[in-house]
Design a protein around this ligand. Sequence first.
Ligand SMILES: [Zn+2]
Length: 689
Amino acid sequence: MRGLLILLLISFSASSQALEDPLDVLSITAQLEPTYAAKMIKGKVVVSFEVTTPVDSVGLDAYNVLSLSSQTQGAQVKHQEGKVWLFGPFQPGTIYERGFTYSMAPKKAMYFDRGIIWTQGQGMESAHWLPSRNDTRDKIIFNLCVKGQTPLRVISNGVLEVTQGMGRQDSCFVMEHPMSSYLLALVIGPFERQTQTTTSGVVIENYHRPQDSLYAAVTYRYSSEILGFLEKEIGYGYPWSNYKQVPIVDFLYAGMENTACTLFDQHFMRAAYYEDALGYFEINAHEMAHQWFGNLVTKAHDQDQWLHEGFATFYSWQAIRHILGPEQYQKELYTAAQELISGQSRQALQPLISDQGTSLDYYTKGAWALVQLQQLIGVEAFVESIKSFVHQYAYGSVTTSDFINVVARQSPVDLSAWENDWLRSSALPVDQIQRTLGGFPILAEYMALQEQRGLPLAQKAARFNERYNEGVVLWQEEIVYQWTQAIEGIDQKRLSALLASEDHRLLIVLLNHYDQWGPQDLDGLVRQTQSSNMIVAMWAMWRLCNHFSQDKAIWLRQTDRQTRVQQQPEFRLLWLYLSANGQQPEEVHKTIEVALHGFMAPEYGYRIRSEAFSYFDLIGFKKSSATLAYLLDGSTHHYWRFREQCRANLVRWASQEDLTDLFRQHEGRWPQAVMDFVNRTYPDWIKTP
Ligand SMILES: [Zn+2]
């Protein structure tokens, strides 16, 4: 009841773009029973709604419905053309409530993988597991209850209230404010939790797999600081009751900003541990910024996508500036500008107001458009505009014109040139970008250093010494690069100092570009393999084995027993690849083959499996029945890039004559989806069994 009262206040107070059809859903309350083994979900739903014009029926979006029956006496329901139809007649001015039970077999949006159930609703996919609405403008309060599941943890958008009874424990999530249905999230799995509370009192729940407790603290360490910063910078307190972050192995994207419940790829939890803090920082800040831009204030149409992605990217850069400092922020702007400029030479960029854009348009150009707007109207007017925009459209939906109108009220500056250059034109305003970059002191000197690339070392030595000692890593990286390229060769003392520095950013530049290595130089790095940055250690091992192949066996023996090489799959894979050669005794070669096969198994994430397939191919191992079985399994994986890669391998291998018999043996055992794919792309080779 409390939820409904709040909802009514909101639906009259929030500014919003009008809905396309007469249905306005107010709340969906559902009791859900997902079944992992059957990959199915059934539920009991109560939907509360209004209509804007008199109608006989209204439809909720719902796909692959297996069964449906009404729970409201005398009211009919029917599933037809991707909708659950509720029959009236219905009149404006009345709040209706209808109940029904349903079961569904989700083809997408709800995934059953590695003992975990998880969802991904964008874009507009939640109707694959819960009858809901494919219209971002219809803001709904969702209250989900999930039956049973103990001892697994159930995680969703709202505030958890556990109910006990009849020997069962149900997890019910209550939402205070409405949201678009693509932001629904549900995760069920064996997760552990660490909790933080921000200075403003927001509770952040950080989840991790039981085996990752070491990584969790490092991965999440900036969460509370970022949230506090965003609240101040946007001028609107965190809009939801709490915030949760859950890592998912082989997630479909880097991260997804479901309301108060971000899911992100497990890879970034480990990346933060072995690369540096930045591994998850940007995703953390980006998804958190979406809690305002996207979740609180939502695009009315697809052509306004940049209001989500451009804003979230812009605010992740601001969090970087505030927390990691000006150098990291300026580097971010510079890298993004380079991506835009090179992107434009490869493909035509789209105007920002468009539903045809790519992530380069919506995220990168969108964020740069805001950098330029901030410059144009000044920081103060910009901050006031954002604050006013968010307050006016909180829990509602917006168009780009709504945003421009708010800015125009806060600033007397003429916006028409900015609007044309950044929002309505497909050409990239490169001159403006260059001028802005040149206005940042760190970038101005960085670009000046780059201009010296063609000069002999002697002519720039004094400037290099001075700049190098100032400690700006961006300058140091450029200077180290130019040292590696100098005809005179890098000064041995400098090289030793660099190698001893353990500064992974400089070491990576060195390992990438220097090719005059002496064995003792690299030996030191490999000895540090156990302690140094993982990327550096892997690069050093690679370089060493390639530069001094005559001693390769010695290097590999030295590193074989190191825990890291043993335990980190990426490292082990590289080690195996470097270890293999044609002259090995049969049993050694076989051991490597078996080990590589192990990494193709479904228990590993797709990144590892994909590398295992590539190394296997590069070494030239003969494909066996087991290899083919792993490849077939990968060919139906939920992550499309990996699936496509496996299918491409399948077609490529199928054309190798020595594999014909092997493929014939497997013919009847191919998954139907793979058969359909092969029949489409390779019709002459295989016959449908
Ligand atoms: Zn985003």
